[in-house]
Design a protein around this ligand. Sequence first.
Ligand SMILES: [Zn+2]
Ligand SMILES: [Zn+2]
Length: 151
Amino acid sequence: METYWRKCGSCKKDIGLNQVYQVCSVCGGKFAFCSVDCWDQHVPVMNHKNAWAEESRSPAKSQTPTSTEQPVRRIVSSPSSASSSSTKGSPMEAEVLIVASKLKQYVKDKYDLSTSANVMDALSNEVRRITDRAAAKAMAEGRKTLMDRDF
Ligand SMILES: [Zn+2]
Ligand SMILES: [Zn+2]
C-alpha cells in the first residue's frame, strides 16, 4: 500500500499526496522533486542548459495519476503486464467457460431464478481465477497435469 505519491528524483524522499513539489522545466513529468534544492542537484547531472523549477501540487488521491505526468509510474503500476509476463496467456482469457444452458437449468430447477447473461462472464472469471491458482499449485509440485486435488 503506497502512502506517498512519488519519490523525489534526487534524494528519493517520499512526496506525499496533495503536497507542493518541483517539476523540472526540461524533464517535465519525468521527475518530481521535493524541493528546489533537490531539483538543483539534478540539473548538472542531466546537463541542462536552460532549466528552471516549476512548483506544482501532487494529486489529492493516488488513484488519479495523469498518464502524461507519470510515464514511469504507469508501467510500474500495471500488475497485469507484470504478472502475465511469466505465463503464456490464452485467447480464452475473455471467453465464457460456462455451459450457459446447463447452469441456467440448474439455477431454475433449484431456486426458480432466471440467470442474466452477465453471470456467465462473472463465473468464467471465477473459474479462471480458481484454475490459475490450482495450476500454480500443480506447477509448484513439478507436475505437468492439473488434478482435482489442486482445487
Ligand atoms: Zn528531495
Ligand atoms: Zn531536468
